[in-house]
Design a protein around this ligand. Structure first.
Ligand SMILES: [Zn+2]
Length: 691
């Protein structure tokens, strides 16, 4: 699915479901107590390495203590403060789920669902003994495909149960009219993370493709094919996916909404697809048979049409069988699939050494499938209303700082400033959890039916999503679940969203002072707000329409300034031979820089009003120094080289170390707080700045 509109604060490059793939231990093991770890703090002096000069390497100065104390766990591909908190949240979810899983006549409808879903996932003996049997009806449907004319109905069924074959279709807000929900058709159908994995020619990329083919072959063997047949089939999959990949836009091109804006309607789009009955697909998907649509990548769909016309049916069936097995090769299928899936996606691609315990992945699965039923209990137990209030106050202060900042810009014309402020005033702040919880009453969850539950959950979500087409936009909807340790800006909704999961230490604490909270959570809020005005977000107007509100001159000035940041990050070598992609990471880098500056400005105002003594020290640091250190400590992270490589090539965010130290080099206020010399590595002599 496209989900263009969501800009997460942090990208989890290995989905929890893959990373967490694991062979099960005893499912009735005694509840695990939280490991005795030091209390998480927003500003933590004990993490600082005083042997390092903050002006030399601010990340090492702020984080070395944390890095020493937190060796990378074998089951993680990267481990930082986000994962530290996510692990703690997961323990909370485990407790909720174990309670809900205990059969009881007094369970609420939601408790039955989350509890039985968790229990079915934990029951590995049932999953193993069933083998591929629960998937057989779907495999049979593929075998029964007799002509290409039957493909649309089959593909609709596969899409409904979460199989990501060929392309994606979902509901999104119309780029031209954000009040309308229409169908979006997007490129897809790949088993490797993104299109360039199929096109790069360096030795490492060639090796990864060979390892991918070997993985596909092993999955086919596990499904009962002979070695020879499986080897041929795996090559078929790679060849077909390579055609799809080559016709897709790069991930950098996909960041520009203009590249994805190809308005059409169902009738015209179906005329383009001469070999694929769109009407047949929509009928089987129970989606509206008419109405506005967006063919986000016409070149891709032309190639898809050609593939349907010229590919032998047996090859299409092989490709579909792979994607069906791939979609369920986690907790829903026997451990042999589960392990093979983990071995390629978490170990080979991202370097993980050990599979995490199964309960973590099962908790992740309930969070994915029933996130708001689980989140409702989570919020009631772990998110006090005071935290919501304090976050809201901080958000309002940062929005005010942005207004002042816009007023003071020397490069923007008065007319564009007015429009920018108009957009800022229209931003909606969403904090913690939805006002109205999702209704799961139509989703049937059966104890000890892990695969059936997963399929029904996908069907429920597919139907829920498509039912939005043609209806008014639900502005209260969330794209992240409440326990998630992340945040996002949605350009088409023009709202910023902070799930309850991130509003706690080490990111935010009601017990710590404003210097720490503004440096950390404040910068996160500023980051999301700045997304509304980064290279992507600035193309949307106050109502979320893709509509140019900039004067040509101001647009040029914005682009010239942004180019400084592009060059700055292009120059960073993440792993030997792999540089960051300054254009792919531009939006995030602008948001990091603008966000930290806004948090600083808001906190300065706040400190002035409170007559804060700027010379008083706590733990040996002034309030200003503590602001910056709290910020940098957000990003203390251990990362495996394999993961760093994947991240540098495909993640729109810069590596965490740069999110800490490269950003501060552009802020003269930082250099002043630590009295850095003009020639110090943490001082950019020609600082980049847009906002
Ligand atoms: Zn972001």
């Amino acid at each position: 699915m496209l989900h263009f509109s969501v800009e997460p604060y942090r990208w989890l490059i290995v989905p929890v479901a893959v990373l967490m793939a694991t062979p099960a231990l005893c499912q009735t093991a005694a509840p695990v107590a939280a490991p005795a770890k030091p209390e998480l703090r927003v500003f933590d002096a004990s993490l600082i390495d005083k042997t390092i000069d903050p002006c030399e390497n601010f990340y090492r100065f702020s984080c070395n203590g944390w890095l020493k104390r937190n060796p990378l766990p074998a089951d993680q591909t990267s481990y930082g403060r986000f994962t530290e908190l996510a692990e703690q949240n997961r323990l909370h979810l485990k407790q909720i789920l174990e309670e809900a899983a205990a059969p009881s006549a007094t369970r609420s409808a939601n408790e039955q669902k989350i509890g039985d879903e968790y229990a079915s996932c934990m029951n590995t003996s049932a999953v193993n003994s069933l083998g591929l049997k629960p998937l057989q009806p779907e495999l049979d449907r593929i075998v029964a495909l007799k002509t290409a004319a039957e493909l649309p109905a089959l593909l609709a069924r596969l899409h409904a149960v979460g199989v990501k074959a060929f392309f994606g279709m979902d509901s999104e807000q119309d780029f031209a009219d954000s009040s309308a929900v229409i169908s979006f058709y997007s490129s897809g159908g790949l088993g490797l993370p993104e299109r360039d994995y199929y096109t790069r020619t360096d030795a490492k990329s060639v090796e990864i493709r060979q390892q991918y083919v070997a993985h596909v072959r092993r999955i086919f063997v596990l499904a009962g094919e002979s070695e020879q047949q499986a080897a041929r089939d795996a090559e078929t999959v790679l060849a077909l996916e390579t055609r799809l990949a080559k016709a897709s836009l790069t991930i950098t091109e996909q960041r520009d909404p203009q590249n994805l804006n190809h308005p059409t309607d169902v009738a015209s789009f179906s005329k383009e697809l001469t070999h694929f009955s769109l009407a047949g697909y929509l009928a089987a998907a129970h989606a509206p048979a008419a109405g506005k649509a967006n063919d986000t990548e016409p070149k891709f769909f032309a190639e898809f049409n050609a593939i349907v016309a010229d590919t032998p049916l047996d090859q299409i069936k092989t490709y579909l069988r792979w994607h069906l097995l791939h979609a369920y090769a986690g907790t829903a299928l026997p451990e042999s699939f589960d392990h093979e899936n983990w071995a390629f996606y978490a170990h080979t691609l991202n370097g993980a050494e050990k599979q995490p315990e199964r309960w973590k992945r099962c908790a992740g699965r309930v969070d994915n499938e029933l996130g708001e039923a689980l989140g409702q209990v989570y919020v009631a137990r772990y998110f006090p209303p005071e935290e919501k209030q304090r976050t809201l106050e901080m958000t309002l202060a940062i929005e005010q700082a942005m207004e002042k900042d816009i007023d003071g810009l020397d490069w923007m014309s008065a007319a564009t400033k007015l429009k920018a402020k108009d957009k800022l005033h229209a931003v909606t702040n969403k904090i913690g959890y939805p006002d109205k919880w999702r209704d799961y009453s139509k989703l049937e969850i059966v104890r000890d039916d892990a695969l059936g539950n997963a399929m029904r959950a996908h069907e429920f979500e597919f139907a829920r999503d498509l039912a939005k087409i043609g209806k008014p936009v639900d502005k209260g909807e969330w794209q992240m679940t409440p326990p998630t340790v992340n945040a996002y800006y949605d350009p088409q909704m023009n709202n910023i969203n902070f799930p309850a999961g991130i509003l706690q230490p080490p990111f935010f604490s009601g017990k710590e002072d404003d210097a720490a909270n503004y440096g950390d959570m404040g910068a996160t809020i500023g980051h999301e707000l700045t997304h509304g005005f980064d290279d992507q977000g600035r193309q949307f107007d106050r109502d979320g329409n893709l509509k140019d509100w900039w004067s040509k001159e101001d647009e040029q000035k914005f682009n010239d300034r942004a180019e400084c940041t592009v060059k700055q990050y292009d120059a960073i070598e993440a792993v030997p031979g792999v540089h960051l992609n300054g254009r792919l990471t531009l939006g995030e880098n602008l948001a990091d820089l603008g966000g930290l500056r806004l948090a600083w400005l808001a906190w300065q105002e706040n400190a002035k009003a409170a007559h804060l003594d700027m010379n008083a020290t706590t733990d040996g640091y002034t309030p200003e120094q503590r602001f910056w250190i709290a910020y940098a400590q957000t990003w203390c992270t251990q990362t495996r080289p394999e993961q760093m490589r994947s991240q540098a090539q495909g993640d729109p965010h810069a590596p965490d170390e740069d999110r800490a130290k490269t950003v501060v080099t552009d802020l003269p206020e930082f250099a002043k707080s630590f009295r850095c010399k003009k020639t110090a590595p943490m001082v950019n002599p020609k600082p980049c700045r847009v906002w």
